[in-house]
Design a protein around this ligand. Structure first.
Ligand SMILES: [Zn+2]
Length: 257
């Protein structure tokens, strides 16, 4: 699915403004819910490999198989911990969350540590101390547990939350899926509009503050649930941005201090 001219116009104009300012904005890729090797995962890493980057796979510790580690041993992707079991512990009527404020501190700590143990057992040292909370939600009261449990980076969605000392934010900003009422690709127009907004925000921040850099832009995907339209969009987007002077694809590992 190549983009149409009208689809692309606002993004092309924004990229041209950013290029005129001499910007080269980093964009990185996080893919969530990996548990086993699959043809879909293969499709994802084939795409990122063409861009010369590794995606950050948010792996669910309690569900992941050792076969995933074997499959990744070639270095096609980097790995982060995605909660513990991707189980919803939120009170009825609240948005899904594995670590809601209502969960006791002891229980939250136990889940984080059991998750780490499971990640170590599967991946050995071949995973990054990055925590990605399921549903991108994590009770504020539990955040101090993360550095204490050995995590150095927190990756949520959207605006950066207040984080405890020792925890670097590395958020994602674009979700290509629409989750309700039925799960499907969000649509080219909406995805490109969100991307255009995020690029404009960074260009404006850099020019207002006179700084050289802005928060890296994160793309979030879910390889297991993409429909064909979502894949076609990603393939077109990857190629289009790779040829845009104002943007550069980077691996998450290169954004971590
Ligand atoms: Zn998830």
């Amino acid at each position: 699915m190549p983009f149409s001219r009208s689809d692309l116009q606002p993004l092309a104009e924004e990229l041209s403004r950013a290029a005129d300012q001499g910007l080269s904005l980093p964009i990185w890729w996080r893919d969530d819910d990996a548990v086993h090797p699959s043809a879909k995962l293969e499709r994802l890493v084939t795409l990122t490999d063409q861009l010369g980057i590794r995606p950050l796979l948010a792996v669910i510790p309690a569900k992941a198989s050792p076969a995933l580690a074997d499959w990744l041993s070639g270095g096609a992707a980097d790995v982060a911990q995605h909660g513990y079991a991707h189980a919803n512990h939120a009170p009825t009527g609240s948005k899904s969350c594995e670590f809601p404020a209502s969960l006791s501190t002891d229980e939250a700590r136990r889940l984080l540590r059991d998750g780490r143990r499971r990640m170590d057992a599967i991946f050995g040292r071949a995973w990054l101390p990055i925590f990605v909370p399921p549903w991108n939600r994590f009770g504020e009261a539990h955040r101090a547990l993360l550095p204490a449990c050995g995590f150095k980076v927190y990756s949520g969605f959207g605006e950066v939350a207040a984080l405890p000392e020792g925890l670097q934010p590395l958020n994602v900003h674009i979700d290509i899926m629409r989750w309700r009422p039925e799960r499907r690709f969000l649509g080219t127009e909406a995805c490109l509009a969100a991307l255009t907004r995020e690029i404009a925000l960074r260009r404006e921040t850099i020019s207002a503050k006179g700084t050289a850099t802005a928060e890296p832009l994160g793309l979030m995907t879910h390889h297991l649930v993409h429909d064909e339209e979502a894949w076609a969009f990603l393939e077109a987007l990857a190629e289009y941005l790779a040829s845009a002077p104002a943007m550069r694809w980077v691996s998450a590992v290169n954004l971590v201090n």
